[in-house]
Design a protein around this ligand. Sequence first.
Ligand code: DQA
Length: 145
Amino acid sequence: MESILVLQGPNLNLLGKREPGIYGVITLESIQSLLEADAQELHVKVTTLQSNHEGALIDAIHGAIALHQGILINPGAYTHTSVAIRDAIAGVAIPTVEVHLSNIYRREEFRHHSYIAPVAIGQISGFGAESYRLGLRALVQHLRT
Ligand code: DQA
């Protein structure tokens, strides 16, 4: 059974309360439950970590070597700033899918650039919690073909 690491970046712990007009009212726990149900159906294991700290996310990416076959990541604001997270993903060479609740290309210009996208298999942006579900399916499909 493939094992997928789900990484949630800064401020995503506030989902449900945080800017509901942009991110909706779904909580991180609910997203996790949805992914766990999907994982059962897809016959994969998911392990989730949320952190507000860049270094903790990088350590988790490094720790995925030999433990997880894929990474599903919402890097939050680090999407637009973190060369270090990008280098970590490139360094471990574990297939990674980038997801966003909001459509980052419909928002402020500083959100239009992702440092992560060039080292990801692909990016899903704008479908709320569905972005995670679609991303998980796409990642598992990629690993199996
Ligand atoms: C986000 C988009 C980012 O621009 C923002 O900083 C976030 C959330 C999203 O899921 O839509 O924290 O990654």
